[in-house]
Design a protein around this ligand. Sequence first.
Ligand SMILES: [Mn+2]
Length: 435
Amino acid sequence: MVKFVHMSDTHLGYRARRGTTNKWAIENYSKPYEQEIYDCFLKVMIDVSKIKDLDYLVHCGDIFHHPSKYGSYPPPEPARRILKQGLQIFFENTSNQVPFIYIEGNHGIFRGYEYTPFESHINKDQYPNLYYFKERDLIEAIKSDKPLNLEFPDKKVRFYLFPFFEFKSFETYTSAYNNWIKNQQPKDNEYINIAVAHGSAGDETLHSKVNSDDFNYDYVALGHEHGFKKVSRNHYYSGGLLPLNFKERHENQAYLIVNIDDKTRELTRKTKFTDKEIKRVFEIIKIDVSPQDSSEDLIKKIKNELNKYVLNGGFNHNTSARLKFNFEGEIAFEKNWQINDLMLKIRRSCFSQPDKYNMLQLIWKISDISETREDDISAGVIQDYILEKPDDEFKTFVNEKLSEDKTEYNVDKLTEFGMKAIKKALRIMEKEKEV
Ligand SMILES: [Mn+2]
């Protein structure tokens, strides 16, 4: 029997940003939600280190939130301290007998750099049982056409490592990765074979050989998606520890305790839902708006909801609420502005009275339900941007270009494609705002 913990996407150093109060959890050190993730991580490290007969702890990437994308700043100092503390707790409680296996994800690394923030933040050689794999290790393995794995002959367990790598970006990467991946196929089933990967099929960062049963792994530990997810009988995403944004609030986050029987290869699993540990209100609240609503009606509706969650004795960084209001109804242009105006005032008023309101974040979204035609970008979405009638303007533009060009194209079809592109771009911008 082999027993291991599968966890991922801790995102130490993440701070809720949009529409948040400027209060600290610890002055000049950590922000409230950032601190809650630190606390949760340390608790998990303590709990995990006390699991009886644990053989391995596997972390599937994104232990740090920063650097993120092409951002240029490293993880904040508290993230480093907490990670160090977590490692110390784990190795001390297990008397250095349980390996901690970590692969890098797409967060917490400077893309294309050989040296990682993990290495500059943690003296990894100080931990005799820490096994660390980064993009560079993968590139070296690909170049030398060798597997990237980790063997424990005494326990007859082998790990196949897949740190994050954007093999789909360039044709040369794709083919090099395709040629190399055969190295990651277990040669025998004398060993228990476990794949550890950061990536997902959704954004094409997980190779189909890892995402399928082709290589016959006994277990595939996945990271990158932040919600707990059973992909197949033996493929799992553990998710992060806590939801980072409102989208992730609809999912669950966990760590998994996995047992594999060395004879029958039967898999048993315990799922420890860490999102249940959340100490604050973290809610999406729907508000129905009717065209008849006056400004007073709206204020009443908003305050009624708001007061349920934030009117409880002043700001406390441990319990302050994260709230998102979804306004839905026939919301014309004018009403849209009205709601924005009201919400800005209410938020400002709450944040300026921390002795009264216990609020960390307040954001909102306004959806006009009369907006049904698929290709219609109505005022609700486009208002932040410069174009007033993007479809008309785009059509004029395409018409002009084509008459210059004297070629025959279907202008309506092209307009449709253009609109789709614009909508997609807007959606991406909206999504980025969420984090
Ligand atoms: Mn990731």
